[in-house]
Write a protein that binds this ligand. Structure first.
Ligand code: ATP
Ligand code: MG
Length: 1137
């Protein structure tokens, strides 16, 4: 049985402040403290969650806890951030209401941690599956990346968010996450160049220096020493409990999961390194003849290294640090910069580089995590924006941050306090108004379009003449003097004239969360956010694809003389959009509170908490909640939801919905004080009443489900029975038919047997008679045969005797003849033997005579000479034999006569080699020049592709034809051939691969000595013409496909449209010809041919990776190219048989 629990079980203090008795500020704080001391950091005010930062890890975020809070009612368990996340997620999934989670509180109160807890809870409870898990992982892993680049240690928080973040997580109708969109708000970029005492620059700088490998640091020209970089503060370079090196690895890993390519990560780190290098550039004054000082870079080493990292020309950047060009409508004026201005320009460049890099990161992450499906999404927004800040020295950044917090407080007031009270009045519910402070007046002081502080700052920035921070303050003093939340010392007839806590160059605003003193210094500059055009142009010229993207205004072709919108204006606009967006969603509040200023656990500083409770308006919140009603719903949906609880309203209620609800409530005997009837809605005071209704509904739904099940089961059984009955009849009829058939067959068989017996008997009788007749005939014949036989045998005997006598005579004659022949043979043989003996003896005698005669001439060395003579004779015979047996003159003929003697082995092999070389030379000498060129091309193809590309062997036997289209003869292409002034070396039809779907479209491919032309196949119209010097390299795979990419040199005229990914049947010929042209041109370097199964292709702005895999021959017999995602095309090549 399910155990029912409640918020009220085992409660420490009061879990919901609405139940606090008596309600006062003291009891409120006491309750918070009591719960905090017992590790209960969460407390409710109705549906708002108060979260106290414990400053230590508590065991309350385990997977078991997730399971405990999953699908439970909000008030069922003790207060937890998971309960709020679960409520929001279920409303989104089941009631189709877009949600937003608004997390507020001052810096270090735990907003970022809370937002991560909400996201991890939603990720744990929503659907699972390979695709969904990938989306979840990408959404969660975007946090470490943004925290590394946008968070820093401040005096208030070791991991303070220095940017605002709003993330929309998108879900499908089942509640599975589809993707997300992140919006970022104003990064505190001044931190890049200067940090207040005790604070650090953004984490990534320290992470890079301590976590990157020696090799990476060497590539980035950095040293592992924080003290070497002016932009990094030294006094808190290491933060206890923060492992920069480990975090660097986490960030790299997260970037990989989010979908950053390796070269993108490298570019990002190069930019970070460049910012560090930029901080080390120092300037010195140099006097000019006009008496003015001009700045010069002091030590050029850092500048040089930075330029190398970014691919900029050192002289261009150096000039941009010494001169400034101002462009008016018609003229350009160049002025020199002094040392202070040069430092200003350097810092402005560093700030812009970093903040633009940050915005690019957000855009890049959005690209990865954006939802693919175009169906309607449900959205859950999570807002984690920098907390309210009061420092000793507050500047433009704090002003902006605090303005944003004012707006959030406004939205809280709007939606919880004012809206709620106004609704009671609107609905005619009896209501005593509760007083609260409405900060709309402060928002107006800042954002009013005519005389708000931001509007005046913009006016000052855009005004001609001398503009300083002081003139801005003067303006504020005149216009805002009377405002009750604005304080300034210089204000005429100001009551602050003698207030020494208010310096002259400052103004003070009474924010809803306290008074903040702002120093005006830097307001105008920061609002202008000026980057000299020379610098942005220098950056645009960089040979670094990311930098180029970050400084589009540096493009000289798009010079815009209009001033860009100010920082304040942009921020106000984006906050306006955010507020509009939040108002369309159902809000869920987490109010974070910081228990102490020491970042320490177990310390509860009452005064600090009391201050936050006051300015967050929590007491008012409780009062409105207590006096009001926990739940309200319009009569129609209410009746629709609960009508099954009463017989009169079920299944249909005829009449107005309100009457129906009244009947329902009376029937259910809900006490009258538990609800009230408004004009269009019913108001339920206590959540428990709502749970009661829900519980009843659940029971009733179960009963209804049982009823439906019962009817369905009955219907199912009946249908089944009828089906059985029908089947039984069919089976019986089939069986009867079968039985009858069987019986008929038996009778038929018996009849046939009887018939066959009768016929057999008749036939046998006839047979017997016929046999008798036949035997009589045979007896006659046999007797005649015996008589003839006896006659014939007698005659035969007589004849045989006659023959035998004749044969005996012949045999005797043959014997006599044989004896005579043998005798004659013996006589002849004896005669021949004697003749031979005579000849041999005579030869011996002759030999002896000759030897005696010759011995006179060869005495001692006769043996050697004879031996040499013999060898010469043998060799002569061997050569002559070889000459007459030589193989054919074809160089491919492998035959060679066999050698007669084994001692000739070496000579024989050498002669074979010499003969082959001579035969080849002869063969070559017959070549014409054209044929030679053809073979040279084939040779070059072999050097390029042999053993490197699987396609090569099949191309060897194909001649390189060049012009496959007969372009000069084809009248269709006449215009085209005249467009190419050079001789066409190759013309063929290739496929141009489309990045969007991986499909190819046919194009004419023409190659001349100077250029490549791609033209439409049907019309012959030129689509692209690439001069060959613009071609940087050609990439192709190692496999048997015809894909190749023409990569263009960055910055060349043709590179604007991006590289070409093509496929051709004559790939080997095309690339060989391209390579040959490039190696023949004296003024160009050789074309680089990359053969690898993975290469990058630049399509306009994006780089796409083309990856080749071996498809199984079963699935596909042809090459197929598919788009896997925005950054990956996959080519599947059938594995070669
Ligand atoms: N629920 C929690 N459990 C444990 N520690 C927490 C919790 N919430 C916050 N902390 C601690 O407090 C620190 C500050 O929290 P966090 O960074 O979320 O503050 P913040 O409100 O986002 O501040 P800022 O406005 O400066 O960004 C965290 O680094 C963490 O150490
Ligand atoms: Mg934060």
């Amino acid at each position: 049985m399910e155990v029912k629990t409640s918020l009220l079980d085992n409660m420490i203090g009061v879990g919901d402040m609405v139940l606090l008795e008596p309600l006062s500020e003291d009891s409120f704080l006491e309750n918070l403290k009591k719960r905090f001391d017992h590790n209960e950091i969460y407390t409710y005010i109705g549906s708002v969650v108060i979260s106290l930062n414990p400053y230590r890890s508590l065991p309350i975020y385990t997977p078991d806890k997730v399971e405990e809070y999953r699908n439970r009612n909000f008030y069922e368990l003790s207060p937890h951030i998971y309960a709020l996340a679960d409520e929001a997620y279920r409303s989104l999934r089941d009631q189709d209401k877009d949600q937003c989670i608004l997390i507020t509180g001052e810096s270090g109160a735990g907003k970022t941690e809370a937002s991560k807890l909400v996201m991890s809870y939603v990720a744990a409870v929503c659907g699972k599956g390979q695709e969904v898990n990938k989306v979840k992982e990408q959404l969660l892993q975007s946090n470490p990346v943004l925290e590394a680049f946008g968070n820093a240690k401040t005096v208030r928080n070791d991991n303070s968010s220095r940017f605002g973040k709003y993330m929309d997580i998108e879900f499908d109708f089942k509640g599975d996450p589809l993707g997300g969109v992140i919006s970022n708000y104003l990064l505190e970029k001044s931190r890049v160049v200067k940090q207040p005492r005790g604070e650090r620059n953004f984490h990534i700088f320290y992470q890079l220096l301590s976590g990157a490998s020696d090799d990476t640091l060497k590539k980035l020209k950095l040293e592992r020493d924080v003290s070497k970089y002016n932009y990094l503060s030294l006094d808190s370079a290491t933060v206890s409990g923060l492992d920069d090196a480990a975090n660097f690895r986490t960030v790299r890993n997260a970037m990989q999961i989010v979908g950053f390519m390796e070269d993108e990560m490298q570019s990002v780190l190069e930019l970070v390194a460049a910012v560090l290098k930029l901080g080390n550039i120092d300037f010195k004054p140099e006097s000019r003849c006009n008496g003015m000082d001009e700045s010069r870079v002091k030590d050029k080493n850092d500048l040089k290294e930075m330029c190398e990292l970014l691919g900029t020309e050192q002289s261009v950047l150096e000039r941009a640090f010494s001169y400034r060009t101002v462009e008016a409508k018609m003229e350009k004026v160049s002025t020199t910069l002094n040392v202070a201005q040069a430092y200003y320009a350097r810092d402005a460049l560093a700030k812009n580089l970093y903040s633009r890099l940050f915005s690019w990161l957000v855009t890049r992450i959005n690209e990865s995590i954006k939802a693919q499906a175009k169906t309607r999404h449900k959205v859950m927004g999570v807002l984690d924006i920098y907390g309210f800040e009061i420092f000793e020295d507050n500047s433009f950044e704090q002003f902006i941050i605090n303005y944003c917090n004012e707006k959030l407080q406004q939205i809280f007031i709007e939606l919880t306090l004012r809206e709620e009270q106004e609704e009671y009045v609107r609905e005619g519910i009896e209501w005593t108004n509760i007083e609260y402070f409405n900060n709309a007046v402060i928002c107006d002081l800042i954002e009013n379009n005519q005389n708000g502080i931001l509007a005046m700052l913009d006016e000052e920035c855009l005004r001609p003449g001398t503009v300083t921070d002081e003139t801005f303050l003067d303006k504020l003093n005149t216009i805002c003097a009377e405002h009750q939340h604005f304080e300034s010392r210089l204000n005429k007839n100001s009551k602050f004239l003698n207030d020494h806590s208010l310096p002259h160059n400052c103004f003070r605003i009474q924010h809803y969360a306290g008074k903040v003193l702002y120093r005006v210094e830097g307001f105008v500059d920061k609002n202008n956010d000026l980057l000299y055009r020379d610098l942005s142009q220098a950056m645009y010229k960089a040979n670094h694809s990311l930098i180029k993207q970050l400084f589009p205004e540096g493009n000289p072709a798009k010079v815009n003389l209009k001033r860009p919108p100010t920082a304040g204006f942009q921020f106000k606009a984006s906050v306006g959009t955010l507020m509009g967006n939040l108002q369309t969603k159902n809000p869920n509040y987490i109010r974070c509170i910081k228990p102490n200023d020491k970042k320490a656990s177990h310390i509860f500083t009452e005064s600090l908490v009391c201050h936050q409770v006051r300015y967050l308006g929590l007491m008012e919140n409780v009062r409105v909640r207590r006096a009001g009603y926990a739940f309200r719903q319009a009569y129609e949906p209410c009746l629709e939801r609960y009508k099954m609880l009463c017989k009169s309203t079920w299944p249909h209620w005829k009449g107005p919905a309100r009457n129906g609800v009244e009947v329902l409530m009376t029937d259910l005997q809900v006490p009258a004080e538990e609800f009230a009837y408004g004009r269009s809605k019913i108001f339920i005071r206590n959540p428990r009443t709502l749970f009661f209704l829900e519980e009843k509904r659940k029971q009733c739904l179960e009963d209804l489900a049982t009823l439906i099940q019962k009817i369905y089961r009955g219907w199912k059984c009946r249908s089944h029975f009828l089906l059985l009955k029908k089947s039984q009849i069919v089976v019986a009829s089939w069986y009867r038919r079968y039985a009858q058939q069987k019986k008929y067959q038996q009778v038929k068989h018996a009849t046939t047997v009887v018939q066959s017996y009768t016929r057999g008997w008749q036939a046998r009788k006839l047979l017997r008679e016929l046999k008798y007749q036949k035997k009589c005939e045979e007896a006659v014949t046999t007797i005649a045969a015996f008589w003839h036989g006896t006659q014939a045998r007698m005659e035969l005997r007589r004849l045989k005797q006659e023959v035998r006598n004749k044969h005996a005579v012949t045999v005797i004659w043959a014997y006599w003849q044989g004896t005579k022949a043998r005798r004659e043979l013996r006589r002849l043989k004896e005669e021949a033997r004697r003749k031979h003996a005579v000849a041999v003896i005579w030869a011996y005698w002759q030999g002896l005579k000759v030897r005696r005669e010759y011995r006179k001439f060869f005495r001692a060395n006769a043996g050697k000479k004879i031996y040499n003579f013999t060898i010469q004779r043998i060799m002569q015979k061997y050569f002559l034999g070889l000459k007459s047996n030589l193989p054919s003159m074809s160089p491919v003929d492998k035959s060679w006569p066999s050698r007669p003697y084994s001692f000739l082995d070496g000579v024989h092999a050498e002669l074979r080699r010499i003969f082959h070389l001579w035969r080849c030379k002869k063969y070559r000498s017959q070549f014409t020049e054209e044929k030679k060129a053809v073979y040279e091309e084939k040779l070059e193809a072999s050097e390029l592709f042999k053993d490197k590309k699987a396609l090569y062997p099949s191309s060897v036997s194909q001649p390189f034809k060049g012009d496959y289209l007969e372009i000069s003869k084809n009248p269709k292409y006449q215009k085209l051939s005249s467009a190419v002034d050079e001789k066409i070396l190759l013309a063929d039809v290739v496929n141009k691969i489309n990045r969007a779907n991986g499909k190819g479209s046919p194009r004419l491919f023409l190659l001349s000595k100077k250029s490549i032309i791609l033209a439409d196949q049907k019309t012959g119209q030129v689509k692209a013409s690439v001069p060959l010097p613009d071609l940087a390299s050609v990439s192709t795979s190692t496999q048997s496909d015809g894909f190749f990419a023409l990569k263009l040199k960055e910055g060349s005229g043709s590179a604007v449209k991006g590289d070409f990914l093509l496929s051709s049947d004559h790939l080997i010929e095309i690339i060989t010809k391209l390579h040959r042209i490039s190696s023949m041109a004296a003024d160009r370097e050789k074309l680089n041919v990359n053969i690898s199964d993975e290469f990058l292709v630049q399509f306009k702005q994006d780089k796409v990776c083309v990856k080749f895999i071996q498809g199984s021959p079963k699935n596909s017999n042809s090459v197929s190219c598919k788009r896997k995602n925005n950054r990956l095309l996959e080519v599947s090549v059938p594995s070669s048989p």
